[in-house]
Structures are given as structure tokens and as C-alpha cells.
Write a protein that binds this ligand. Structure first.
Ligand code: T4K
Length: 395
């Protein structure tokens, strides 16, 4: 598969390229002038308060507690709920979800996902409940929501807490209910690579005002007032400059959705014509933000494995990602803690060996998607040509 042509892209194109809308820079620097005028840079400042109230109202949720990132938000949420023992969660997620459990002295119990949406399988989740289980974490993945009603019913039946890692689900809905509106706490990520980024950042959405207040204390060393720390808190505060980035970005989210949706549909049309490749449907249970373009490689039909295609794409400066290979259970410390757990995760194992995320924030979408899918076609064509030659005895 030697290719002597220059790469398809002169510079690398990334899956997680931050979204820089045409007016974003100006809007951000205007707000930063206010930050400087205020002389208030962090610690519950006015930008933070403003961002929290706007994000809460966008998601029709009473409270939003912003933090320095989603990982800290998950850790503080788990700690604030006084959980102990085991927590059931999918292995097909970013490692932060599992690390947040272990950091909170909770044992992660990995569950398989459903093949259509790659979100936690409620039937298997039920079978994993023991007398040590205290909670379930569902992860709304790649813009697809978990089966919220079934998970809620399961948590109620077994007397468990339920939370959602909604890092990928800013402005998504289940049916018509927005993330944050299910009566259970949910954690958003505002990382630079996300649909809604504040450089670094995250937040808990909740309708429980006591929980929200506890989280506000926990993110600020446990202080409830000057000179009065009452909990084991930490520094998980969001700065004013990050909050300003969020406020500047909010008016742009509808345009972002339009752009990502158009790109997804374009990709989908090309990919449907390439045997051996398929695209993960998004928005299966409600409204998506369409940020992720996730494809599956069927080696038998496509001719080469996902990993060979991955390398070929990188040679072309298309920096595709294998999210979330090899699954949390395949990385430390979980690999050593649970060496046999893969046996009960067939859907996860299949997904992590076939999945590829493609760049979706592109300079010139029509041209770039044609080029990227052109590479996908070429790799297959070269392989089937080579295979025919081998089978015909010419190679
Ligand atoms: N739960 C879930 C389900 C998550 O996906 C995440 C985070 C979390 C929880 C935790 O949220 P945070 O604590 O981060 O708020 C990246 C992000 O760092 C991570 O936030 C995200 N998920 C994950 C899916 O992607 P990596 O290890 O893949 O990062 P990295 O440095 O390889 O960047 C990804 C790609 O983006 C690269 O190919 C380069 C490109 N990039 C990145 C940055 C930061 C840019 O082009 N520009 C940039 O500024 O984790």
C-alpha cells in the first residue's frame, strides 16, 4: 500500500480541533476587558455566575455549578453523594469516568453497552447489581443519550443513585427533555475539544439546590463562609477567563449545530457508498449536537482492519481517533484489577476494535469531507486490488 503522493492535507486535521466561530475572538476579548475592569479573576466571580445561570436556563435546569473541568465535577459529585462500595458504569467511555470513581474510593464495575447507541446496557446493569452497589453512571456518548427511563426505573427499583456523565451531551435532549432535566445530576464537559468549550471547564446540572450548594462549597476548599471550612473540599473553581469564553460562545451554538449536522450528513452520504464502513447513528433518542462522526470498520468487507486504516489516515495528516480503545478495562489500573472482565463486554470489545472518530470541525467541509472519504475509498480499493492480484496468483 505504498503511496508516494503528498499527504491529502498539508497540515494535520484533528478530531478535537476547538471551534473558533467567526465572531468568537472579538466577543471573548470584549468580555475580557470587563474581567480586567472588574479586577476579579476567579473565586465565584460575576462571569462565573452569569455563565452558570445561562447554562442552567438553556438546559431548563434550576442549578448549574461550574468547575475547572468535568473530571473534578464528577469526583466532587460522587463525593457529595456519600456513596460507597461499587458503581456500575460502561467501559466504553473516556478514562475520566472510571478514574473519578476510584479517586472517590468507589470500585468501578464495568458494564457492556447497547450496540445501537454505545450507551450502557440497562439489562446487564441490572444483572451487575450486588449488595455493595451504590450507584450507576450512564454516559451519554457521542451525542447519543442513554436509555434514561429504563435506568431511572432500575435505580428506583434497587434504591441506587443515578448520575450521568454528559460530557458529550451539551444541549442534547432525550425526547424533548434536555440534559439536566431528568431529576438526576449530570456532568457536562467544557473542554477545548468539546461542542461547548471554555478552554478547560465542566459543570454539574441539578434540580437539587442542597446538592448544588454542597458542590459550591466542595469546589472552594469546603468553605461555607469566610474563615469557615466545613467539608473536605478542594480547589475546583472555574476562572473568570474560562467563564468569559463560555459566555462568548453561547450565542453561537445553533450555528455550530447546523454546521456539524450538515457535515455529518455529508459524511454519511459518502460513507454509505463504501462497503465495509458504517456510521454511528446519532440523535437516536432525541436531539444531538452532531459533533462526533464515528465510523465502524468491518475488516472482512472493507479489506483491512481499523488499525491499518487508522495508520493510513494519519499518513494523510487526517488525525482520526480510536475513541475509546481499548476501553477503560483495558488500561491501568483497571486491567490489573479486573483481568477477566472483557469476557462480559462483547459489544464493547467489538466497538473498541472497530471504531474510528473522524474530524468534523473543518475549514472547508465540502472539499475536506470529499478528500477524507476519498482516502477511505482509496484504502479499500488498493486493498481489494492487492487481494485480487494475490488470489489470481500475480503477486
Ligand atoms: N467523560 C467523557 C465521556 C469524556 O469524553 C471526557 C473528556 C470527560 C468525561 C472528562 O472531561 P474533562 O475533565 O476533560 O472536562 C480529549 C479531551 O482532553 C477530553 O476532555 C475528552 N473527554 C476526550 C474525548 O478528548 P485526549 O486525551 O484525546 O486529548 P488530546 O490532547 O489527544 O486531544 C484530542 C485531539 O484534539 C488531538 O488530536 C488534538 C486536538 N486538539 C486538542 C486541543 C486541546 C486541538 O486541535 N486543539 C486543542 O486545543 O482527550
Amino acid at each position: 500500500m505504498e503511496n508516494t503522493l503528498p499527504p491529502a492535507f498539508g497540515n494535520p486535521i484533528y478530531v478535537g480541533k476547538p471551534i473558533i466561530d467567526p465572531d468568537l475572538e472579538n466577543a471573548y476579548f470584549e468580555l475580557m476587558k470587563t474581567v480586567f475592569r472588574n479586577g476579579y479573576f476567579t473565586n465565584n466571580g460575576p462571569m462565573l455566575k452569569d455563565l452558570e445561570s445561562r447554562v442552567a436556563s438553556l438546559h431548563q435546569t434550576p442549578r448549574c455549578v461550574a468547575m475547572c473541568n468535568a473530571t473534578m465535577a464528577l469526583i466532587l459529585l460522587l463525593r457529595s453523594m456519600n456513596l460507597e462500595g461499587e458503581v456500575i458504569l460502561p467501559s466504553q467511555t473516556f478514562i475520566a469516568t472510571a478514574h473519578a470513581c476510584l479517586f472517590s474510593n468507589l470500585t468501578p464495575v464495568f458494564c457492556d453497552v447497547d450496540p445501537e447507541t454505545l450507551t450502557i446496557d440497562p439489562v446487564m446493569a441490572e444483572s451487575l447489581v450486588t449488595n455493595k452497589t451504590s450507584a450507576i453512571i450512564g454516559v451519554h456518548l457521542f451525542g447519543n443519550m442513554c436509555d434514561v427511563p429504563r435506568l431511572k426505573a432500575l435505580a428506583d427499583k434497587k434504591g441506587l443513585k443515578l448520575i450521568f456523565d454528559a460530557a458529550h451531551a451539551f444541549n442534547c435532549t432525550h425526547g424533548t427533555t434536555p440534559v439536566g432535566g431528568f431529576g438526576v445530576p449530570e456532568v457536562l464537559s467544557f473542554h477545548a475539544t468539546k461542542f461547548f468549550g471554555t478552554f478547560e471547564g465542566g459543570a454539574v446540572l441539578t434540580n437539587d439546590s442542597e446538592l448544588a450548594t454542597r458542590l459550591e462549597h466542595l469546589r472552594n476548599f469546603g468553605f461555607v463562609d469566610y474563615d469557615d471550612a466545613r467539608h473536605l473540599g478542594i480547589n475546583a473553581k472555574m476562572t473568570e477567563s474560562c467563564a468569559a469564553m463560555g459566555i462568548a460562545s453561547l450565542p453561537m451554538i445553533e450555528k455550530r449545530i447546523e454546521m456539524f449536522k450538515r457535515n455529518y450528513q455529508l459524511y454519511s452520504a459518502y460513507i454509505s457508498r463504501i462497503p465495509g464502513l458504517s456510521i454511528l447513528p446519532v440523535g437516536v433518542r432525541g436531539k444531538s449536537n452532531w459533533q462526533y462522526v464515528v465510523i465502524f470498520v468491518d475488516q472482512k468487507e472493507y479489506g483491512v482492519s481499523r488499525d491499518v486504516l487508522y495508520k493510513e489516515l494519519w499518513k494523510e495528516n487526517i488525525i482520526a481517533r480510536r475513541y475509546f480503545y481499548p476501553g477503560c478495562h483495558g488500561m491501568e489500573p483497571y486491567r490489573s484489577m479486573f483481568p477477566d472482565v472483557a469476557e462480559r463486554l462483547p459489544v464493547t470489545m467489538n466497538a473498541v476494535s472497530r471504531v474510528l472518530c473522524l474530524p468534523n470541525n473543518l475549514e472547508n467541509p465540502e472539499r475536506d469531507i470529499e478528500k477524507i472519504t476519498g482516502v477511505l475509498r482509496r484504502v479499500r480499493k488498493n486493498t481489494s486490488k492487492a487481494r485480487k492480484l494475490t488470489e489470481g496468483g500475480f503477486a
